[in-house]
Design a protein around this ligand. Structure first.
Ligand code: ATP
Ligand code: MG
Length: 251
């Protein structure tokens, strides 16, 4: 099982949207996919119908040992939902930061790919998700304040590697999301970033499109039953970005 973490130290940049689309696409490609949402906001998990029974919850991943509880099976995917226990994780300190990596590895026989959605702030939870990852992808906006988030995530990834916390970690790059095609500032920022970042900027861009947020509100991927040409355009764009990322993960 490969682990792909979606992270950025900035809120509202599309981490959950991209994590959900990657999950749907991996499922459609026939992969056995596990979505682990380590964000108490529960925006990703709420898109899936809750099944009854006792399941492995996100805060359990931060326990030293876990009982035999398994991820929930819903909508053709495995799901680890966030629970209230996640609120206490930051106060436990860094002693728990390796546990999720270990526990997820033990689930590895049952899944081909695990996608981890993360909270926007640097802390034990986000660090644990980066330590567990084989790959990290970072959705980003192109506004000034979001651009500042680029360097803090890059610094964290470098520190994780330098301290030997995760030697296998591969940073797939920043995915420009919610790009406004009418913004001169953003098209200039994109050109400049391509020159300065090189491969750290993914060769795909996802524009700000109503079809994406409308689909998200219904819990669907944007390529589900496109209704119009602009919807189809949004679907093609998101599909291309997700296909590229999943190809990188499986290469
Ligand atoms: N390409 C897009 N076009 C239009 N709307 C988008 C796009 N990507 C994301 N959104 C919308 O932007 C909002 C924030 O996205 P999302 O929740 O995925 O961000 P996030 O980084 O996970 O936020 P948080 O840090 O709070 O977890 C949502 O309403 C989502 O539907
Ligand atoms: Mg989110």
């Amino acid at each position: 099982m490969k682990i792909l973490t979606v992270a950025n130290q900035k809120g509202g940049v599309g981490k959950t949207t991209i994590a959900l689309h990657l999950t749907h696409m991996a499922k459609e490609q026939g992969l056995r996919v596990l979505l682990a949402e380590l964000d108490p906001q529960s925006n990703a998990s709420n898109c899936f119908i809750e099944t009854t029974g006792t399941h492995l919850m996100a805060s359990n991943l931060f326990d030293e040992t876990i009982s035999g509880a398994q991820p929930e099976a819903t909508g053709g995917i495995g799901l680890i939902r966030p629970d209230r226990g996640l609120y206490a994780i930051e106060s436990l300190g860094h002693s728990t930061q390796f546990y999720p990596a270990n526990h997820l590895r033990h689930l590895g026989n049952d899944y081909d790919l695990c996608i981890i959605d993360t909270p926007p702030t640097l802390g034990v939870i986000q660090l644990a998700a980066i330590i567990a990852a084989d790959y990290v992808v970072a959705p980003s906006h192109l506004e000034k304040f979001s651009l500042e988030g680029f360097s803090s995530l890059t610094t964290t990834i470098r520190q994780v590697r330098d301290k030997g916390l995760n030697r296998k970690l591969k940073f797939l790059g920043f995915l420009a999301n919610r790009v406004k095609s009418t913004s001169k500032q953003q098209s200039e920022a994109l050109t400049e970033l391509r020159e300065t970042m090189g491969k750290a900027l993914m060769p795909f861009v996802v524009h700000d499109r109503v079809a994406v947020s409308d689909a998200a509100a219904l819990g669907n991927p944007v390529w589900y039953k496109p209704q119009s040409e602009s919807h189809r355009r949004a679907a093609r764009e998101m599909s291309a970005a997700c296909e590229y990322i999943l190809k990188e993960v499986q290469s």
